[in-house]
Design a binder for this molecule. Structure first.
Ligand code: PEP
Length: 286
């Protein structure tokens, strides 16, 4: 395993920054990826305002230390893309979901091909709200992740157990199964080129955060599963995010954990100032 990351500092011994497996580069693990999932909030006028405020709140030093991405609703993507590109703002554009087919009779759906045309970089697949409210299986998540990669973007593949599963002592097993099925059939290069997000369902939108120790434990478990399935180089290079009630006050402790390479933030990303305080968590670390 790589050495423990020190807050605000990149250790030179980190084993696998921007790991390359089979020619496909993963993102740098020493530069956390912090993603704001806006869910079904902010119309396109509000989205423009929010991303402008966020850009104003972040310094070039913040961008040096942290890769920032926002995931607005589909109807906002074109507007946010225009703001980011016309003002040269180094915030990545993300989407919250996509369909696995490139085109077809799928009323109401949006394809990965369409997202790629909007210069989307990251696409969340398998968010627990999609799995829970819309019945998405890991097989569907797998097909979506493949579609995202087919169009040159990076999937953020979400996994995580429910409260009942955790109480029943099944958290590890559930996460192992979700990883195996969601990444099934992908080679090591595709896996290291993806992002995994461990998001315990009981912590999403509840104000309940996993303790840094528990989050680290589960992210380390997820990495070990990837090592077993795709080899240690893929596991060492893979970025794993934690998600579940990340706030400015707990971001630094979570980001400090050796197997946590960033955060997927829901509620706290809706307010630009609050999200900016999460992005520059290192300034608030002890
Ligand atoms: C999420 O939507 O992925 C999430 C983690 O939400 P919240 O931060 O509100 O718990």
């Amino acid at each position: 395993m790589r050495s423990r990351r020190k807050t605000g500092d990149k250790t030179s011994t980190e084993a696998s920054d921007a790991a390359s497996v089979g020619g496909l580069e993963g993102g740098s693990r020493s530069r956390p990826l912090i993603c704001g999932n806006w869910k079904m909030h902010h119309n396109h006028f509000e989205a423009i305002q929010n991303v402008q405020k966020l850009a104003y709140a972040l310094s070039s030093e913040d961008h040096q230390h942290v890769e920032v991405c926002v995931h607005p609703p589909f109807t906002d993507l074109r507007s946010v893309q225009t703001v980011l590109q016309s003002d040269d703002i180094p915030i990545a554009l993300g989407a919250q979901d996509c369909h696995s087919s490139d085109a077809g009779a799928f009323t109401g759906e949006v394809s990965a091909a369409m997202l790629a045309k909007l210069d989307v970089t990251y696409v969340i697949v398998g968010h627990s709200e999609r799995r829970g409210l819309f019945g998405e299986s890991s097989e569907v998540v797998n097909a979506k992740a493949r579609a995202v990669m087919r169009h040159g973007m990076t999937p953020i593949v979400c996994v995580g157990e429910t409260l009942e599963q955790r109480r029943a002592g099944q958290a590890r097993e559930v996460v192992s199964q979700q990883i195996a099925a969601s990444l099934s059939g992908l080679d090591a290069a595709a896996v290291v080129g993806s992002v995994l997000a461990y998001e315990p369902v009981w912590a999403i939108g509840t104000g309940e955060t996993a303790t840094p120790g528990d989050a680290q434990d589960m992210c380390a478990h997820a990495r070990a599963e990837v090592a077993q399935g795709w080899g240690s180089r893929a596991a060492e290079g893979l970025r794993i995010l934690y998600g579940g009630s990340v706030k400015p006050f707990n971001a630094a402790d979570l980001m400090e954990q050796p197997d946590i390479d960033g955060a997927l933030v829901g509620g706290a990303s809706l307010d630009a100032a609050e999200f900016a305080r999460i992005v520059n968590h290192r300034l608030y670390a002890a």
